[in-house]
Design a protein around this ligand. Sequence first.
Ligand SMILES: Cc1cc2nc3c(=O)[nH]c(=O)nc-3n(C[C@H](O)[C@H](O)[C@H](O)COP(=O)(O)O)c2cc1C
Length: 435
Amino acid sequence: MPLTLPCGAVLENRLAKGAMTEGLADVNDNATGRHETLYGRWSDGGAGMLLTGNVMVDRRYLERPGNVVIDANGGHDSLRRWAAAGTRAGNHLWMQISHPGRQCTRMSSSHPVSPSSEKLEGMMGLMAPPRALEVWEIEDVIRRFAHVARTAKETGFTGVQIHSAHGYLASQFLSPRANRRTDEWGGSLRNRARFVLEVYKAVREAVGSDFPVAAKLNSADFQKGGFSKEESVQVARWLAELGLDLIEISGGTYEQLASFGDKGDALEKKAESTRRREAYFLEYARDMRAAIDGMPLMITGGFRTPDLMREVVDSGEVDVIGIARPFCVETDLAKGILGGSSEVLPTPEKSLRLGPGLLGRASSVRTIRTLNGQAEVAWFYRQIIELSEGREPVLSLGAWSAMVGHFAREAGIVRRRRFKAQKPLALASGTESQG
Ligand SMILES: Cc1cc2nc3c(=O)[nH]c(=O)nc-3n(C[C@H](O)[C@H](O)[C@H](O)COP(=O)(O)O)c2cc1C
Protein backbone atom coordinates (compact mmCIF):
# COMPACT_ATOMS: atom_id res chain seq x y z
CA MET A 1 0.00 0.00 0.00
CA PRO A 2 1.67 3.28 -1.07
CA LEU A 3 2.00 6.27 1.27
CA THR A 4 1.86 9.87 0.06
CA LEU A 5 3.93 12.20 2.23
CA PRO A 6 2.94 15.82 2.95
CA CYS A 7 5.56 17.03 0.43
CA GLY A 8 3.89 14.95 -2.31
CA ALA A 9 6.52 12.18 -2.58
CA VAL A 10 5.19 8.62 -2.52
CA LEU A 11 6.63 5.58 -0.70
CA GLU A 12 5.60 2.47 -2.64
CA ASN A 13 5.18 0.34 0.47
CA ARG A 14 5.24 0.66 4.25
CA LEU A 15 8.52 -1.08 4.99
CA ALA A 16 11.69 0.89 5.63
CA LYS A 17 15.22 -0.19 6.42
CA GLY A 18 16.24 1.65 9.58
CA ALA A 19 19.49 3.64 9.66
CA MET A 20 22.64 1.62 10.35
CA THR A 21 26.00 3.33 10.46
CA GLU A 22 28.25 1.66 7.89
CA GLY A 23 31.82 2.60 8.83
CA LEU A 24 32.80 2.18 5.18
CA ALA A 25 34.16 5.61 4.21
CA ASP A 26 37.61 5.97 2.63
CA VAL A 27 40.60 7.79 4.14
CA ASN A 28 39.05 11.13 3.11
CA ASP A 29 35.69 10.32 4.77
CA ASN A 30 34.01 9.87 1.37
CA ALA A 31 31.56 7.16 0.30
CA THR A 32 33.04 4.17 -1.53
CA GLY A 33 32.15 1.33 -3.87
CA ARG A 34 31.25 -0.66 -0.77
CA HIS A 35 28.36 1.72 -0.07
CA GLU A 36 27.19 1.07 -3.63
CA THR A 37 27.33 -2.71 -3.28
CA LEU A 38 25.57 -2.65 0.10
CA TYR A 39 22.78 -0.27 -0.85
CA GLY A 40 22.32 -1.89 -4.25
CA ARG A 41 21.60 -5.17 -2.46
CA TRP A 42 19.23 -3.47 -0.04
CA SER A 43 17.51 -1.61 -2.88
CA ASP A 44 16.85 -4.94 -4.63
CA GLY A 45 15.40 -6.22 -1.35
CA GLY A 46 11.99 -4.59 -1.77
CA ALA A 47 11.67 -1.98 1.02
CA GLY A 48 9.86 1.21 0.00
CA MET A 49 12.49 3.34 1.71
CA LEU A 50 16.07 2.89 2.88
CA LEU A 51 17.72 5.16 5.41
CA THR A 52 21.48 5.56 5.29
CA GLY A 53 23.53 5.40 8.48
CA ASN A 54 24.62 8.65 10.15
CA VAL A 55 26.25 11.00 7.63
CA MET A 56 28.22 13.53 9.62
CA VAL A 57 28.17 17.29 9.25
CA ASP A 58 31.64 17.94 10.66
CA ARG A 59 34.74 15.78 10.25
CA ARG A 60 36.11 16.86 13.59
CA TYR A 61 33.32 14.98 15.34
CA LEU A 62 32.47 11.47 14.23
CA GLU A 63 30.08 9.02 15.74
CA ARG A 64 32.51 6.35 14.58
CA PRO A 65 35.64 6.05 12.41
CA GLY A 66 34.56 5.31 8.85
CA ASN A 67 31.57 7.70 8.89
CA VAL A 68 30.88 9.53 5.64
CA VAL A 69 31.30 13.30 6.12
CA ILE A 70 29.92 16.05 3.91
CA ASP A 71 31.46 19.49 4.19
CA ALA A 72 33.27 21.79 1.80
CA ASN A 73 35.74 19.09 0.75
CA GLY A 74 33.92 17.46 -2.19
CA GLY A 75 33.22 13.73 -2.52
CA HIS A 76 30.09 14.38 -4.58
CA ASP A 77 30.82 11.84 -7.32
CA SER A 78 30.92 9.00 -4.83
CA LEU A 79 27.67 10.26 -3.27
CA ARG A 80 26.05 10.21 -6.72
CA ARG A 81 27.13 6.61 -7.29
CA TRP A 82 25.90 5.62 -3.80
CA ALA A 83 22.50 7.26 -4.41
CA ALA A 84 22.14 5.66 -7.86
CA ALA A 85 22.86 2.17 -6.50
CA GLY A 86 20.59 2.65 -3.48
CA THR A 87 17.60 3.68 -5.58
CA ARG A 88 18.09 1.29 -8.50
CA ALA A 89 14.89 -0.68 -7.74
CA GLY A 90 12.82 2.50 -7.64
CA ASN A 91 12.68 2.81 -3.83
CA HIS A 92 13.42 5.91 -1.79
CA LEU A 93 16.86 6.43 -0.24
CA TRP A 94 17.01 9.03 2.52
CA MET A 95 20.23 10.32 4.00
CA GLN A 96 20.36 10.45 7.78
CA ILE A 97 22.18 13.63 8.85
CA SER A 98 23.88 13.70 12.21
CA HIS A 99 26.29 15.27 14.68
CA PRO A 100 27.37 13.07 17.60
CA GLY A 101 27.88 15.79 20.21
CA ARG A 102 29.36 14.11 23.28
CA GLN A 103 28.71 10.59 21.91
CA CYS A 104 31.92 10.85 19.96
CA THR A 105 34.54 8.17 20.54
CA ARG A 106 37.99 9.22 21.77
CA MET A 107 39.35 7.55 18.65
CA SER A 108 37.72 10.31 16.58
CA SER A 109 37.99 13.24 18.95
CA SER A 110 39.32 13.81 22.42
CA HIS A 111 37.55 17.20 22.56
CA PRO A 112 33.88 16.62 21.79
CA VAL A 113 31.21 19.31 22.08
CA SER A 114 27.73 19.25 23.55
CA PRO A 115 25.08 21.73 24.71
CA SER A 116 26.80 21.67 28.14
CA SER A 117 29.86 20.09 29.67
CA GLU A 118 27.85 17.25 31.25
CA LYS A 119 29.77 14.09 30.56
CA LEU A 120 28.34 10.79 29.43
CA GLU A 121 27.91 8.24 32.21
CA GLY A 122 29.29 4.73 31.83
CA MET A 123 30.76 3.76 28.44
CA MET A 124 33.98 2.84 30.25
CA GLY A 125 35.69 6.10 29.33
CA LEU A 126 35.40 5.48 25.59
CA MET A 127 34.12 9.04 25.17
CA ALA A 128 35.98 12.13 26.41
CA PRO A 129 34.15 14.78 28.46
CA PRO A 130 32.63 17.46 26.22
CA ARG A 131 32.84 21.24 26.32
CA ALA A 132 29.76 23.44 25.89
CA LEU A 133 29.15 24.83 22.41
CA GLU A 134 29.37 28.58 21.91
CA VAL A 135 26.24 30.18 20.41
CA TRP A 136 28.01 30.93 17.11
CA GLU A 137 29.02 27.27 16.93
CA ILE A 138 25.40 26.15 17.39
CA GLU A 139 24.44 28.38 14.47
CA ASP A 140 27.28 26.91 12.46
CA VAL A 141 26.12 23.33 13.12
CA ILE A 142 22.61 24.28 11.95
CA ARG A 143 24.06 25.63 8.68
CA ARG A 144 26.05 22.42 8.27
CA PHE A 145 22.88 20.30 8.51
CA ALA A 146 21.35 22.44 5.76
CA HIS A 147 24.48 22.10 3.60
CA VAL A 148 24.44 18.30 3.90
CA ALA A 149 20.71 18.20 3.07
CA ARG A 150 21.25 20.34 -0.04
CA THR A 151 24.13 18.10 -1.11
CA ALA A 152 22.01 14.97 -0.56
CA LYS A 153 19.34 16.36 -2.85
CA GLU A 154 21.86 17.47 -5.49
CA THR A 155 23.53 14.05 -5.57
CA GLY A 156 20.38 11.95 -6.00
CA PHE A 157 19.23 10.98 -2.53
CA THR A 158 15.45 11.21 -2.46
CA GLY A 159 15.00 12.53 1.08
CA VAL A 160 16.80 13.38 4.30
CA GLN A 161 16.34 12.58 7.94
CA ILE A 162 17.50 14.74 10.85
CA HIS A 163 18.89 12.42 13.53
CA SER A 164 17.50 13.74 16.79
CA ALA A 165 17.33 10.45 18.69
CA HIS A 166 19.67 8.05 20.54
CA GLY A 167 21.59 10.64 22.52
CA TYR A 168 23.36 12.39 19.62
CA LEU A 169 23.68 16.17 19.54
CA ALA A 170 20.04 17.10 18.74
CA SER A 171 18.88 14.60 21.34
CA GLN A 172 21.38 16.08 23.84
CA PHE A 173 19.80 19.48 23.31
CA LEU A 174 16.38 17.97 24.05
CA SER A 175 17.47 16.19 27.23
CA PRO A 176 17.40 18.12 30.52
CA ARG A 177 20.16 15.77 31.76
CA ALA A 178 22.57 16.69 28.97
CA ASN A 179 21.43 20.26 28.35
CA ARG A 180 22.05 22.50 31.35
CA ARG A 181 22.22 25.74 29.37
CA THR A 182 20.63 28.86 30.75
CA ASP A 183 20.45 30.79 27.47
CA GLU A 184 17.77 30.48 24.78
CA TRP A 185 19.09 27.00 23.82
CA GLY A 186 18.35 25.41 27.20
CA GLY A 187 15.90 25.36 30.10
CA SER A 188 12.26 25.18 29.00
CA LEU A 189 11.21 22.53 26.51
CA ARG A 190 10.71 25.21 23.86
CA ASN A 191 14.33 26.30 24.38
CA ARG A 192 15.69 22.74 24.40
CA ALA A 193 13.74 22.00 21.22
CA ARG A 194 15.01 25.17 19.53
CA PHE A 195 18.01 23.36 18.03
CA VAL A 196 16.04 20.63 16.24
CA LEU A 197 13.35 23.09 15.13
CA GLU A 198 15.96 25.48 13.72
CA VAL A 199 17.74 22.60 12.00
CA TYR A 200 14.44 21.55 10.44
CA LYS A 201 13.74 25.09 9.19
CA ALA A 202 17.21 25.46 7.71
CA VAL A 203 17.04 22.05 6.04
CA ARG A 204 13.59 22.74 4.61
CA GLU A 205 14.80 26.02 3.19
CA ALA A 206 17.77 24.25 1.62
CA VAL A 207 15.78 21.47 -0.09
CA GLY A 208 12.43 23.13 -0.87
CA SER A 209 8.87 22.14 -0.13
CA ASP A 210 8.61 19.08 -2.39
CA PHE A 211 11.50 17.04 -0.94
CA PRO A 212 10.98 14.62 1.97
CA VAL A 213 12.41 15.82 5.29
CA ALA A 214 12.00 13.45 8.23
CA ALA A 215 13.30 13.30 11.80
CA LYS A 216 14.15 10.43 14.12
CA LEU A 217 13.06 11.23 17.65
CA ASN A 218 13.23 9.41 20.96
CA SER A 219 9.90 8.42 22.45
CA ALA A 220 11.83 8.99 25.69
CA ASP A 221 15.42 8.63 26.93
CA PHE A 222 14.37 6.05 29.56
CA GLN A 223 16.54 7.75 32.15
CA LYS A 224 15.59 9.55 35.32
CA GLY A 225 15.43 13.27 34.55
CA GLY A 226 15.81 12.66 30.82
CA PHE A 227 13.66 13.64 27.83
CA SER A 228 10.17 12.34 28.66
CA LYS A 229 7.34 10.85 26.66
CA GLU A 230 5.17 13.94 27.13
CA GLU A 231 8.02 16.15 25.92
CA SER A 232 8.57 13.91 22.92
CA VAL A 233 4.92 14.19 21.91
CA GLN A 234 5.11 17.99 22.15
CA VAL A 235 8.30 18.21 20.05
CA ALA A 236 6.70 15.97 17.42
CA ARG A 237 3.66 18.28 17.40
CA TRP A 238 5.88 21.33 16.80
CA LEU A 239 7.69 19.56 13.97
CA ALA A 240 4.36 18.53 12.41
CA GLU A 241 3.17 22.13 12.55
CA LEU A 242 6.29 23.21 10.67
CA GLY A 243 5.61 20.67 7.89
CA LEU A 244 7.87 17.69 8.68
CA ASP A 245 7.11 14.79 6.30
CA LEU A 246 7.57 11.86 8.66
CA ILE A 247 8.56 11.27 12.27
CA GLU A 248 10.39 8.07 13.16
CA ILE A 249 10.08 7.01 16.79
CA SER A 250 12.84 5.14 18.60
CA GLY A 251 14.32 5.59 22.08
CA GLY A 252 17.31 5.58 24.41
CA THR A 253 20.92 6.77 24.33
CA TYR A 254 24.36 5.13 24.69
CA GLU A 255 23.78 5.32 28.45
CA GLN A 256 20.53 3.39 28.11
CA LEU A 257 20.26 1.21 25.00
CA ALA A 258 16.47 1.32 24.67
CA SER A 259 16.79 1.34 20.88
CA PHE A 260 17.79 -2.34 21.19
CA GLY A 261 14.97 -3.08 23.64
CA ASP A 262 16.94 -2.51 26.86
CA LYS A 263 14.84 0.09 28.64
CA GLY A 264 16.44 -0.86 31.97
CA ASP A 265 14.91 0.16 35.28
CA ALA A 266 13.42 3.35 33.92
CA LEU A 267 10.72 1.43 32.10
CA GLU A 268 7.37 1.54 33.79
CA LYS A 269 6.95 -1.96 35.14
CA LYS A 270 3.61 -2.92 33.72
CA ALA A 271 2.28 -5.99 32.06
CA GLU A 272 2.78 -5.72 28.33
CA SER A 273 1.02 -7.72 25.67
CA THR A 274 3.24 -9.88 23.49
CA ARG A 275 2.93 -7.48 20.58
CA ARG A 276 4.08 -4.55 22.68
CA ARG A 277 7.03 -6.55 24.01
CA GLU A 278 8.04 -7.30 20.43
CA ALA A 279 7.86 -3.74 19.10
CA TYR A 280 9.60 -1.65 21.75
CA PHE A 281 7.93 1.70 21.03
CA LEU A 282 4.47 0.71 19.85
CA GLU A 283 3.00 1.80 23.18
CA TYR A 284 3.84 5.41 22.21
CA ALA A 285 2.17 5.30 18.81
CA ARG A 286 -1.31 6.17 19.99
CA ASP A 287 -0.33 9.35 21.89
CA MET A 288 1.99 10.39 19.10
CA ARG A 289 -0.65 9.81 16.47
CA ALA A 290 -3.16 11.97 18.33
CA ALA A 291 -0.65 14.82 18.57
CA ILE A 292 0.76 14.96 15.07
CA ASP A 293 -2.40 15.34 13.05
CA GLY A 294 -1.77 13.66 9.73
CA MET A 295 2.04 13.63 9.75
CA PRO A 296 3.14 10.07 8.87
CA LEU A 297 4.47 8.02 11.76
CA MET A 298 7.24 5.43 11.51
CA ILE A 299 8.15 3.18 14.44
CA THR A 300 11.47 1.34 14.59
CA GLY A 301 12.70 -1.23 17.10
CA GLY A 302 11.93 -4.88 17.59
CA PHE A 303 9.44 -5.61 14.81
CA ARG A 304 9.99 -9.23 13.81
CA THR A 305 6.62 -10.73 12.85
CA PRO A 306 4.90 -9.73 9.60
CA ASP A 307 1.48 -10.41 11.18
CA LEU A 308 2.05 -7.68 13.76
CA MET A 309 3.40 -5.31 11.09
CA ARG A 310 0.30 -5.82 8.96
CA GLU A 311 -1.98 -5.43 11.96
CA VAL A 312 -0.59 -2.05 13.05
CA VAL A 313 -0.44 -0.67 9.51
CA ASP A 314 -3.94 -1.88 8.60
CA SER A 315 -5.36 -0.40 11.80
CA GLY A 316 -3.72 2.94 10.99
CA GLU A 317 -1.74 2.87 14.25
CA VAL A 318 1.56 3.19 12.36
CA ASP A 319 2.25 4.31 8.77
CA VAL A 320 5.74 2.91 8.20
CA ILE A 321 7.48 -0.02 9.89
CA GLY A 322 11.20 0.48 10.45
CA ILE A 323 13.39 -2.63 10.57
CA ALA A 324 17.15 -2.54 11.06
CA ARG A 325 19.14 -5.53 12.36
CA PRO A 326 17.37 -8.26 10.33
CA PHE A 327 18.46 -6.47 7.12
CA CYS A 328 22.08 -7.35 8.00
CA VAL A 329 21.20 -11.02 7.76
CA GLU A 330 18.54 -11.07 5.03
CA THR A 331 18.89 -8.26 2.54
CA ASP A 332 15.65 -9.10 0.73
CA LEU A 333 13.43 -9.62 3.73
CA ALA A 334 10.98 -6.90 2.62
CA LYS A 335 10.11 -8.97 -0.44
CA GLY A 336 9.36 -11.95 1.80
CA ILE A 337 7.14 -9.87 4.08
CA LEU A 338 5.26 -8.21 1.24
CA GLY A 339 4.88 -11.49 -0.65
CA GLY A 340 3.55 -13.28 2.42
CA SER A 341 6.29 -15.92 2.46
CA SER A 342 8.03 -14.72 5.62
CA GLU A 343 6.62 -15.66 9.02
CA VAL A 344 9.26 -14.34 11.35
CA LEU A 345 12.45 -12.35 10.81
CA PRO A 346 15.86 -13.50 12.06
CA THR A 347 16.86 -12.50 15.60
CA PRO A 348 20.57 -13.28 15.94
CA GLU A 349 20.80 -10.60 18.66
CA LYS A 350 19.06 -12.97 21.08
CA SER A 351 22.09 -15.24 21.32
CA LEU A 352 24.79 -12.55 21.31
CA ARG A 353 26.10 -12.37 24.86
CA LEU A 354 29.67 -12.29 26.11
CA GLY A 355 28.90 -14.47 29.13
CA PRO A 356 29.26 -13.36 32.78
CA GLY A 357 32.00 -15.93 33.48
CA LEU A 358 34.32 -14.42 30.89
CA LEU A 359 33.56 -10.87 31.98
CA GLY A 360 34.76 -11.59 35.51
CA ARG A 361 33.01 -11.27 38.82
CA ALA A 362 34.25 -7.76 39.41
CA SER A 363 32.39 -6.30 36.45
CA SER A 364 29.45 -4.12 37.39
CA VAL A 365 26.05 -4.67 35.82
CA ARG A 366 26.52 -1.46 33.86
CA THR A 367 29.90 -2.58 32.46
CA ILE A 368 28.43 -5.92 31.44
CA ARG A 369 25.53 -4.17 29.74
CA THR A 370 27.89 -1.79 27.94
CA LEU A 371 30.16 -4.60 26.76
CA ASN A 372 27.26 -6.74 25.63
CA GLY A 373 25.81 -3.76 23.75
CA GLN A 374 29.18 -3.15 22.08
CA ALA A 375 29.56 -6.81 21.15
CA GLU A 376 26.08 -6.97 19.72
CA VAL A 377 26.48 -3.90 17.60
CA ALA A 378 29.95 -5.07 16.48
CA TRP A 379 28.42 -8.33 15.26
CA PHE A 380 26.05 -6.41 13.01
CA TYR A 381 28.83 -4.05 11.86
CA ARG A 382 30.75 -7.07 10.65
CA GLN A 383 27.76 -8.38 8.68
CA ILE A 384 27.44 -4.97 7.01
CA ILE A 385 31.08 -5.20 5.94
CA GLU A 386 30.53 -8.69 4.54
CA LEU A 387 27.49 -7.53 2.55
CA SER A 388 29.32 -4.46 1.29
CA GLU A 389 32.09 -6.66 -0.10
CA GLY A 390 29.60 -8.85 -1.96
CA ARG A 391 29.75 -11.79 0.49
CA GLU A 392 27.09 -13.44 2.62
CA PRO A 393 26.80 -12.72 6.37
CA VAL A 394 28.99 -14.76 8.73
CA LEU A 395 26.37 -16.19 11.03
CA SER A 396 28.87 -18.29 12.98
CA LEU A 397 30.68 -15.16 14.25
CA GLY A 398 30.92 -15.09 18.07
CA ALA A 399 30.30 -12.05 20.27
CA TRP A 400 33.92 -11.77 21.50
CA SER A 401 35.47 -12.10 18.04
CA ALA A 402 33.05 -9.52 16.73
CA MET A 403 33.96 -7.03 19.44
CA VAL A 404 37.73 -7.52 19.33
CA GLY A 405 37.75 -7.45 15.52
CA HIS A 406 35.68 -4.31 15.53
CA PHE A 407 38.01 -2.32 17.80
CA ALA A 408 41.08 -3.47 15.87
CA ARG A 409 39.49 -2.44 12.58
CA GLU A 410 38.45 0.97 13.87
CA ALA A 411 41.94 1.66 15.20
CA GLY A 412 43.25 0.90 11.69
CA ILE A 413 40.78 3.32 10.12
CA VAL A 414 41.86 6.09 12.50
CA ARG A 415 45.55 5.47 11.67
CA ARG A 416 44.94 5.66 7.92
CA ARG A 417 42.48 8.56 7.97
CA ARG A 418 43.86 11.75 6.36
CA PHE A 419 42.09 14.14 8.70
CA LYS A 420 43.69 14.12 12.09
CA ALA A 421 41.49 15.15 15.00
CA GLN A 422 41.63 18.77 16.11
CA LYS A 423 43.06 20.13 12.86
CA PRO A 424 41.34 23.42 11.87
CA LEU A 425 38.88 23.00 9.02
CA ALA A 426 37.35 25.31 6.44
CA LEU A 427 33.60 25.37 6.87
CA ALA A 428 31.03 24.41 4.27
CA SER A 429 29.12 27.61 4.83
CA GLY A 430 32.20 29.75 4.58
CA THR A 431 31.98 30.87 8.18
CA GLU A 432 34.98 30.80 10.49
CA SER A 433 36.01 27.76 12.41
CA GLN A 434 38.42 26.74 15.10
CA GLY A 435 40.00 23.39 15.76
C1 LIG B 1 24.76 -1.93 13.39
C2 LIG B 1 23.77 -0.87 13.77
C3 LIG B 1 24.00 0.43 13.42
C4 LIG B 1 23.05 1.43 13.72
N1 LIG B 1 23.29 2.71 13.31
C5 LIG B 1 22.32 3.64 13.46
C6 LIG B 1 22.46 4.92 12.87
O1 LIG B 1 23.44 5.24 12.20
N2 LIG B 1 21.45 5.82 13.06
C7 LIG B 1 20.32 5.49 13.77
O2 LIG B 1 19.42 6.32 13.90
N3 LIG B 1 20.16 4.28 14.32
C8 LIG B 1 21.11 3.34 14.16
N4 LIG B 1 20.91 2.08 14.65
C9 LIG B 1 19.62 1.75 15.31
C10 LIG B 1 18.61 1.21 14.31
O3 LIG B 1 18.25 2.16 13.32
C11 LIG B 1 17.32 0.77 15.03
O4 LIG B 1 16.75 1.89 15.66
C12 LIG B 1 17.57 -0.35 16.05
O5 LIG B 1 18.47 -1.32 15.55
C13 LIG B 1 16.26 -1.04 16.44
O6 LIG B 1 15.61 -1.58 15.31
P1 LIG B 1 15.65 -3.18 15.03
O7 LIG B 1 15.10 -3.85 16.28
O8 LIG B 1 14.75 -3.40 13.85
O9 LIG B 1 17.06 -3.56 14.80
C14 LIG B 1 21.86 1.09 14.40
C15 LIG B 1 21.64 -0.24 14.77
C16 LIG B 1 22.56 -1.22 14.45
C17 LIG B 1 22.29 -2.64 14.82
